[in-house]
Design a protein around this ligand. Structure first.
Ligand SMILES: NC(=O)C1=CN([C@@H]2O[C@H](COP(=O)(O)OP(=O)(O)OC[C@H]3O[C@@H](n4cnc5c(N)ncnc54)[C@H](OP(=O)(O)O)[C@@H]3O)[C@@H](O)[C@H]2O)C=CC1
Ligand SMILES: O=C(O)C1=N[C@H](C(=O)O)C[C@H](O)C1
Length: 247
């Protein structure tokens, strides 16, 4: 049995993770902590894999503790940029057998749609990302949208695709979304939604839209369980659940 600690266990995702791990035949929740609970609960319970669904403002402190205490980490919390990933890499340097996965999205369809977007990127003049989420989400744009935009941008740069056509010279603040690298990202917050994303590509006479919808937070659980099972087999820092999949 894999001994799992859930950080953010009373949150929307954390509570779902506790249920999913408890139902798994090969893993058990030995610690479930939330804001104000001491991180030492994890070491006292002998946690092997910590799963973090908290807030961008606290996740780095949680990871610093887990890495220092040789606990593998599966991280769904958003807010990871280049400097954060560099810091994590430096923490992991003296721990060659420890695995940390930062996954912007655990839904299998979302992982596939990011890969599809990366593949499509070099074939189109234009690409923009629209993410749609529940209105209690704290951050914008979503981690998934930012990651998708970076993948598109990097794929276009690698293929030498010229800048996207856009004649806008007068823009009311925010009307064209925000730029992640050179890709526009638009964020909607709508009651009734959970987590959704469209990537729209276009060229003369043709568009391609790649859309993914998480209709229930259960959609993230197969990916979380896959990560819990795999993280110890993938030492170092991995970005994206696709690193544990045969894509
Ligand atoms: N990668 C993926 O597939 C997914 C990622 N996410 C991301 O996961 C994160 C959490 O989302 P969600 O569950 O909706 O958010 P919630 O706000 O529902 O849950 C976060 C929980 O973490 C708690 N918390 C805050 N600080 C700490 C701390 N220092 N230690 C332990 N627990 C703490 C919060 O307590 P309190 O409310 O008191 O602050 C809350 O209970 C977000 O960043 C979101 O974007 C969400 C869905 C899927
Ligand atoms: O806050 C959420 O709900 C979600 N957050 C992640 C993100 O920021 O991309 C993943 C998913 O979109 C749900």
């Amino acid at each position: 049995m894999i001994r799992v600690g859930v950080i953010g266990a009373r949150g929307r995702m954390g509570a779902e993770v506790v249920r999913a791990v408890e139902a798994a035949p090969d893993a058990e929740v030995v610690a479930a902590i939330d804001a104000d609970d001491p991180l030492s609960t994890l070491t006292e319970a002998g946690v092997e894999v910590a799963v973090d669904f908290t807030h961008p403002g606290v996740v780095m402190g949680n990871l610093e503790f887990c890495v220092a205490n040789d606990i593998h980490c599966v991280v769904g919390t958003s807010g990871f940029d280049g400097p954060r990933l560099e810091k994590l890499t430096s923490w992991l340097a003296p721990k060659p057998s420890l695995g940390v996965l930062i996954a912007p999205n655990f839904a299998i369809g979302a992982v596939l749609s990011m890969r599809f977007a990366e593949l499509a990127a070099k074939y189109y003049d234009s690409a923009e990302v629209i993410e749609l989420h529940h209105p209690r989400k704290l951050d914008a744009p979503s981690g998934t949208a930012a990651h998708t935009a970076r993948l598109i941008s990097q794929a276009r740069a690698a293929a030498g695709v010229p800048a996207m056509p856009d004649a806008t010279v007068e823009e009311q603040l925010g009307a064209r979304g925000t730029l992640v690298e050179d890709v526009r990202v638009h964020s909607l917050r709508i009651s009734g939604l959970i987590a959704h994303q469209e990537v729209v590509f276009g060229q003369e006479g043709e568009t391609l839209t790649i859309r993914h919808d998480s209709l229930d937070r259960k959609s993230f659980m197969p990916g979380v369980l896959l990560a819990v099972r795999e993280v110890a087999k993938h030492p170092g820092l991995s970005l994206g659940l696709d690193k544990y999949m045969d894509l």
